[in-house]
Design a protein around this ligand. Structure first.
Ligand code: SF4
Ligand code: SF4
Length: 272
């Protein structure tokens, strides 16, 4: 675990620690659709806090949720965690670094620097899920009404077969897509025209959609946006989204593109 994260927690005030714990839990809750609450009394050090939260997470992911495959949730956590012995703990520790530390201060960049490249695929995919979920929400706000009312190709829309992949998504992410879908109660459809993740309520994925999917807006939709939301905010957003949309899943570029998409997307929504 990152010494910098321990220091961040140790030097924080009680209110700052509480905020950190709430933000961390909020992100876990969002990623896994849970409702975990912070402990009444927070641990005095960061390792203790992660232990506390990991116990709560470990319990929660075995509780059967409505329409959710609890076993798939545990498998998803295990697939994202670098700690094979204590997956919940590993997930929380990595998530804290992703949320609270600048990239260059994270443990994968400060340890083993001289002998291995500074990346760990699972952690990068966890980071992808954190930002992917935010972009998915933003694109949903911007596109949902138009897609529901004006799509020229309902109900499949742009989710044709192989749309989720396009040959650009690594195997490890394809497996995470499958686990994410399973934990939402998905069963593969037998339609040979549409994407396997397309359901009666739209795409079942929110965390691991490929860049080609999460950033896709068809031309008629973009034309409508130019009428409804004209201005520099839309231009910035479309430019950032296009960079992300065409990104390989490399280590830095994709996350820069995701952050730019989130910032410009929020500015666009705030502008009305
Ligand atoms: S983005 Fe365009 S093609 Fe895709 S669902 Fe929306 S309206 Fe249909
Ligand atoms: S993964 Fe989701 S967004 Fe992408 S093509 Fe399939 S259903 Fe559509």
């Amino acid at each position: 675990m990152s010494p910098r994260m321990r220091e961040t927690y140790a030097t924080g005030t009680v209110a700052q620690r509480a905020e950190l714990a709430e933000t961390l839990l909020g992100e876990v809750n969002g990623l896994l659709s849970l409702t975990l609450a912070p402990p009444a009394k927070l641990a005095d050090d960061f390792d203790g806090l992660v232990d506390q939260l990991a116990v709560a997470l470990d319990r929660a992911i075995d509780e059967p949720g409505h329409g959710v495959d609890a076993g798939a949730t545990r498998r998803l956590v295990a697939a994202l965690s670098l700690d094979g012995q204590r997956p919940c703990r590993g997930l929380l520790a990595d998530l804290a670094e992703i949320l609270f530390l600048p990239r260059e201060q994270r443990s994968e960049y400060t340890t083993n620097r001289e002998i291995t490249p500074p990346y760990r695929v699972r952690k990068l995919l966890l980071e992808y899920a954190v930002f992917g979920r935010q972009i998915d929400e933003i694109v949903g706000v911007i596109s949902k009404a138009y897609c529901a009312q004006h799509c020229a190709n309902p109900p499949v829309g742009c989710c044709h077969i192989l749309g989720y992949d396009l040959g650009l998504v690594p195997e490890v992410m394809l497996e995470l897509q499958r686990l994410e879908a399973l934990r939402r109660g998905w069963q593969p459809n037998s339609d040979d025209q549409k994407c396997r993740y397309h359901t009666a309520t739209g795409c079942v994925l929110a965390l691991f959609k490929s860049p080609a999917c999460v950033g896709y807006l068809c031309e008629p939709l973009v034309a409508r946006l130019r009428v409804e939301r004209p201005g520099p905010e839309l231009d910035h957003f479309l430019r950032a989204l296009s960079v992300f949309n065409n990104c390989d899943l490399d280590r830095r570029k994709v996350f820069r593109a995701m952050r730019a998409t989130i910032e410009s997307g929020r500015a666009l929504i705030a502008g009305g």
